[in-house]
Structures are given as structure tokens and as C-alpha cells.
Design a protein. Structure first.
Length: 175
């Protein structure tokens, strides 16, 4: 899913720089999360449709399999009765049913592969979405406590530098 990949790359990049440059970083982040959730929901709907098609194909395969069995029995009955003309018709219908059965089997295999790939993609995108949600929560906490809190109470003045330097010298002399 290209949309999910783009968002994952976006967040792997320098997220702080991106949000600093955005006019409203919280709005951008909420919008991105909403779009990712919508894309994930669309993947789920598609997967559900595939699951329904798989069920329908399974039913068609079972029905076609029964038809082949019935035509085998019909062919045997016709041959036992010495009705070669009727047997030919039953054999022809059976061969057609077997071909249809093989085609349905190929369709089912392709659909199973597509469904399995979709399930893997959904799981991966769900994992990515959760990771980005956690990052968003962390950024939201930063925003609520003040984005500049990481800088401390302001600039360090010269007196603080001198006191810290004296402590360092004292610690070195004791060691």
C-alpha cells in the first residue's frame, strides 16, 4: 500500500524537523493518522470481499466436484446398459465439468494467494499505524508540557557555568 509506505517513511525521517516546519503540526499529524486508518479500513473491507469470494469459489468447487461424480456414475450406468451414444454425451459433459473444476481450482489458488498477501499487508500496516500512534502520543505529551521544556528553564548564565566547573574540579581532585 503506497499510502501507508509514504507515511511510514515520513515518520522515519526527521519527524521533529517536519513538525517544526508545519504550520499546525498537531492537525497535520491527526490528518495523517486518520488517512492511515481509512486506508487500513479499506484494506480490511477488500479482505472481507476476498473472503466472501473464496467461500463462493469453495461452494462452486464442491458443486462441480459432485457433478463430476454424478457424471461418472451416469457414464458407468450407460456403459453397463450398452448405450454407447448416451455414454458419449455423459463423458463429454464430465470432461467439460472437469475442465471447469480445474479452472475454478486455479482461480481459488490465485484468490488464496491474494488474500494471504492482503492479510500480511494489513498486519504490517496495523503495526506501523500503532507505532506512529505511539509517536503521536509522545509528541502530544511534549506539546502539552510545552515544546520548549526540553531546553530547561532558560539559558545558562556565567555564574552557573563557574559553579559547575568548580564542582567538576573538586570531583577530579577527590578521585
Amino acid at each position: 500500500m503506497s499510502l501507508m509506505t509514504r507515511f511510514a517513511r515520513l515518520f522515519r525521517a526527521d519527524l521533529n524537523a517536519l513538525l517544526d516546519r508545519a504550520e499546525e503540526p498537531e492537525t497535520l499529524l491527526r490528518l495523517s493518522l486518520r488517512e492511515m486508518e481509512e486506508a487500513l479500513e479499506e484494506d480490511r473491507r477488500h479482505s472481507l470481499a476476498l473472503a466472501r469470494r473464496r467461500e463462493a469459489l469453495a461452494a462452486a468447487l464442491a458443486e462441480r466436484g459432485h457433478t463430476v461424480q454424478n457424471l461418472l456414475a451416469e457414464t458407468a450406468l450407460c456403459l453397463d446398459a450398452g448405450q454407447d451414444g448416451l455414454a458419449r454425451g455423459a463423458v463429454k459433459r464430465r470432461l467439460e465439468a472437469e475442465r471447469a473444476l480445474q479452472a475454478l481450482g486455479r482461480q481459488r489458488a490465485a484468490l488464496d494467494t491474494e488474500w494471504a498477501e492482503g492479510q500480511a499487508r494489513i498486519a504490517e500496516n496495523q503495526r506501523r499505524l500503532e507505532a506512529i500512534r505511539q509517536q503521536a502520543e509522545a509528541l502530544a505529551l511534549l506539546g502539552h508540557t510545552g515544546a520548549d521544556d526540553w531546553r530547561g528553564d532558560g539559558p545558562v548564565d556565567d555564574d552557573e557555568v563557574e559553579v559547575a566547573l568548580l564542582r567538576e574540579k573538586q570531583n577530579r581532585s577527590v578521585s
